[in-house]
Design a protein around this ligand. Structure first.
Ligand code: CP
Length: 322
């Protein structure tokens, strides 16, 4: 039997060196990967990559389609109304059939178990484009954004402090795991009742060096932070909790005043993986000079190129560009 492929479902599957390499490659590929001289521009020639998206997406869809095209391949987008992903057909059948016809699968699903099941039976690499628990390509882009903003390679980001102010969600979980692996200090402020679940905390603690400080007071998390990060308070599938969540997150909007009260570093930067809603961050911060949100979004393209190259082209061998 042929060896099972290496999949990429969470940052936790990477060694610290592999994470640094994926991040540094993303930064190295910024713009160069679209040049005719890029050595990997035909790496996926005559190959199809299936993009299975059971949820809406702007950045992940555009970046992964663009990444496949940058390597000369064909991205086949299959939305939730196109195929029978977990509806009317088992994930096992879907995985075996699709993986027999393509060279890689990028999938956005609901429960983590869905992507784990897809991967288990796939004969080609499966890359997580977001599930309820993880969002690894986002974190590669976020850390690449930090390497660019602070002018340092990923393995030297460990002098920074990130403050997360908001909901404990899939982006936060992979960010905490990645921060542990790179030794970045992290502080997390969530409202009472919205903290990181114990099972994820154990996974974060097992991920390596660094510290994660948790609090229910945004100002405590922000103290000395070089980067303040937030995300939506209402993730896809939580729409019915909107009113309850808006109340619970009162006082969590990232503003200049909050950062000042909390004692953020003078030149603190702001990140948000988008889409953004106004209650999460003031316009002054979001559109102001501290904001890294648009380079962060564009880094999704370089993150997707770095990730698809590593897992599909190089079959899970994560190495610096030749
Ligand atoms: N940040 C992010 O994943 O954006 P999309 O949901 O638009 O892909």
């Amino acid at each position: 039997a042929s060896k099972s492929p290496r999949h990429f479902l969470s940052i936790s599957e990477l060694s610290p060196t592999e994470l640094s390499t994926l991040v540094n490659n993303a930064t190295a590929y910024k713009h160069s990967a679209l040049q005719p001289t890029w050595p990997q521009r035909n790496a996926l020639s005559n190959k199809t990559i299936a993009l299975l998206f059971s949820k809406l997406s702007t950045r992940t869809r555009v970046s992964t389609e663009g990444a496949v095209v940058a390597m000369g391949g064909h991205p086949m987008f299959l939305g939730k109304n196109d195929i029978q992903l977990g509806v009317n057909e088992s994930l096992y059948d879907t995985s075996v059939v699709i993986s027999s016809m393509v060279s890689g699968i990028v999938a956005r699903v609901g429960p983590h178990a869905d992507i784990a099941n897809l991967a288990k039976d796939s004969s080609v690499p499966v890359i997580n484009a977001l599930c309820d628990t993880y969002h690894p390509m986002q974190i590669v882009a976020d850390f690449a954004t930090l390497t660019q903003a602070f002018g340092t390679p990923a393995e030297k980001l460990n002098g920074l402090k990130i403050a997360w102010v908001g909901d404990a969600n899939n982006v936060l979980f992979d960010m905490c795991i990645g921060a542990r692996k790179l030794g970045i200090e992290m502080a997390v402020a969530t409202p009472k009742g919205y903290e990181i679940p114990a099972k994820i905390k154990d996974e974060v603690d097992a991920a390596g060096r660094g510290t994660i400080f948790e609090t229910n007071t945004p100002e405590e998390a922000i103290k000395g932070a070089n980067i303040v990060v937030t995300d939506t308070w209402i993730s896809m599938g939580q729409e019915s909790e909107k009113q309850k969540r808006l109340q619970a997150f009162a006082g969590y909007q990232v503003t200049e005043e909050l950062a000042k009260r909390g004692g953020a570093a003078e030149d603190w930067k702001f990140m948000h993986c988008l889409p953004r809603h106004q209650e999460e961050v003031s316009d002054e911060v979001f559109y102001g000079p501290r904001s890294l949100v648009f380079p962060e979004a564009q880094n999704r393209l370089w993150s997707a190129i770095s990730t698809i190259e590593a897992f599909v082209v190089n079959r899970g061998e994560i190495r610096p560009p030749k």
